[in-house]
Ligand binder design. Structure first.
Ligand SMILES: Cc1ncc(COP(=O)(O)O)c(C=O)c1O
Length: 391
C-alpha cells in the first residue's frame, strides 16, 4: 500500500496542471493594438467591440463593461432602483459580493438555503422568504451550473420581482438553450483572474432593457450622459469603468471560450464517471435542463470519514499533498458576523451549512483543461486515500 503524501509518502503528482489564466498571441496582439491606437479607457473601440461581442454571444442586446463582477451586481441593483427599505433574496452559498452588493445599496439581503443537488438557490426556500418588501431575487449560477431559472422566473412573475443573475462564474453556460445572463432583468459577470474568462479584474452587466442599459452605463461613468459634455454629470455615479487593455484581453478570451468550455465539460464528464466509482465521493450531477455548464468549478460531495479523516479540511489537505488542487469552498454568508448584522436569515440554511462544513470539495476549472493523464491523477489521488483508509 502506498503511503499518503500527508504522512511523508510520495505524492501521486508533482507536475503542475495547465497554467491559468491561459493566453497566446491573440491576447498579445489585441493588447498591443489597444496600446497603440488608444484611447486607453472611455471611448475605446476595444471596449465597445467587446461589449457588443460579449452581449451577442450571451443572447442579450446590451453589455456594459465595468471594473469587477461585484460592481456589475451593485450597479444592476442601483439601476433597477433597489435601496433602503427593500429586501433582496440571495442564496446562502455564494461569494461575499452577492451580499455586499445588496448591502451597499442600503437594502437588506435575505439569505435563503440552497438545493442539495446543485448548491444553487432553493426556489421553495426563496418563496417562503418573500415579504411585502421583497423587490428582487439574485440566483447565483454557482460553479457555472445555471440555477433553476424556470422556478425563479415563475416566482418573480408571481410576486412582481426583478431577477438579477449572478453569472460571475457562468460565462457561456445555458439553461434550456438560453444563455446565463440573458434570462433576468440584468446580470453580472466577473473577469477576475481565476474566472473562465479572465482579465486580471473586470466585469460586465448584460441586459435586454435599453433604458436600464443606458442608466447602468451612466452609473459606471460617474453619472455622465453620453450625449452631453464630460463635466455635465446628470446623476450621482462612480468611476467603475473598464480599461481598453482589459477589453482587449477579453476579446481574445471570448473567442476561445467555446472551445475551452467544451474541453472542461468533456473532462467533467470523464471525472464524474471515474470518481463516482469511489465510495465516499458523489460528483454533483448536471441537471438535464442545463444545456451548457461552464464548470468554473468541478464540485464533488465527499464523506471525509471514508478517506480516514474527521474533517473535510483534513481531506482537502491530503488531496493537495498528493499534488491535486482543490479547496473547501464557501462558508454560508450568514456565518460572517458583519454580513449577519446587515442581513436576515429567516429560516435555517442547513443545506448550505452541510455543504460548507462536511460535504463540498471544489476542484478549480483549470484542472479540467488537463489531458486524460492529468485527470487520471485526480482519480488516483482519491483512490489512494480511500485505499489507505481501508487498510
Ligand atoms: C458568485 C460570485 N459573485 C460575484 C463575484 C464578484 O466578482 P469580482 O471578484 O469580479 O468582483 C464572484 C467572483 O469572485 C463570484 O464568484
Amino acid at each position: 500500500m502506498k503511503r499518503r503524501a500527508v504522512d511523508g509518502g510520495q505524492p501521486v503528482r508533482t507536475k503542475p496542471f495547465p497554467r491559468w489564466p491561459h493566453y497566446d498571441d491573440e491576447e498579445m496582439q489585441e493588447i498591443v493594438e489597444a496600446l497603440r491606437a488608444g484611447p486607453w479607457s472611455a471611448g475605446s473601440p476595444k471596449i465597445r467591440l467587446f461589449e457588443e461581442e460579449f452581449a451577442s454571444f450571451h443572447q442579450t442586446k446590451f453589455g456594459i463593461a465595468c471594473s469587477s463582477g461585484s460592481v456589475a451586481l451593485f450597479i444592476s441593483l442601483k439601476a433597477i432602483g433597489i435601496g433602503p427599505g427593500d429586501q433582496v433574496i440571495i442564496p446562502a452559498y455564494t461569494f461575499l459580493a452577492t451580499a455586499t452588493a445588496v448591502i451597499d445599496t442600503g437594502a437588506t439581503p435575505v439569505i435563503v438555503d440552497i438545493d442539495p443537488n446543485t448548491y444553487n438557490i432553493d426556489p421553495a426556500a426563496a418563496e417562503k422568504a418573500i415579504t411585502a418588501k421583497t423587490k428582487c431575487i439574485i440566483p447565483v449560477h454557482l460553479a457555472g451550473c445555471p440555477a433553476d431559472m424556470d422556478a425563479v422566473q415563475t416566482l418573480a412573475e408571481k410576486h412582481g420581482l426583478h431577477v438579477i443573475e449572478d453569472a460571475a462564474q457562468a460565462h457561456g453556460a445555458e439553461w434550456k438553450g438560453r444563455k446565463a445572463g440573458s434570462m433576468g432583468t440584468m446580470a453580472g459577470f466577473s473577469f477576475y483572474q481565476s474566472k473562465n474568462m479572465a482579465a486580471g479584474e473586470g466585469g460586465i452587466i448584460t441586459t435586454n432593457d435599453e433604458k436600464l442599459a443606458s442608466l447602468a452605463r451612466s452609473l459606471v461613468n460617474v453619472g455622465r450622459d453620453v450625449e452631453k459634455g464630460w463635466y455635465e454629470h446628470v446623476r450621482y455615479g462612480w468611476n467603475y469603468r473598464m480599461t481598453a487593455f482589459q477589453a482587449a484581453v477579453l476579446r481574445a478570451q471570448l473567442r476561445r471560450l467555446p472551445q475551452m468550455n467544451a474541453k472542461r465539460a468533456k473532462a467533467a464528464e470523464y471525472l464524474s464517471t471515474q470518481l463516482a466509482q469511489i465510495d465516499g465521493i458523489d460528483p454533483m450531477p448536471k441537471p438535464p435542463e442545463v444545456t451548457a455548464h461552464s464548470y468554473h468549478l468541478f464540485i464533488v460531495r465527499v464523506q471525509p470519514s471514508k478517506f480516514g479523516f474527521q474533517t473535510k479540511e483534513q481531506l482537502v489537505k491530503a488531496v493537495n499533498a498528493e499534488g491535486i488542487p482543490c479547496n473547501a469552498g464557501y462558508k454560508p454568508l450568514n456565518s460572517y458576523p458583519f454580513i449577519a448584522e446587515k442581513s436576515q436569515t429567516p429560516s435555517p440554511v442547513s443545506v448550505a451549512e452541510k455543504a460548507s462544513k462536511q460535504e463540498a470539495l471544489w476542484i478549480p476549472q483549470y484542472v479540467l483543461l488537463g489531458e486524460k493523464d492529468d485527470l487520471d491523477d485526480v482519480v488516483e489521488a482519491f483512490q489512494k486515500l480511500r485505499q489507505a483508509a481501508e487498510t
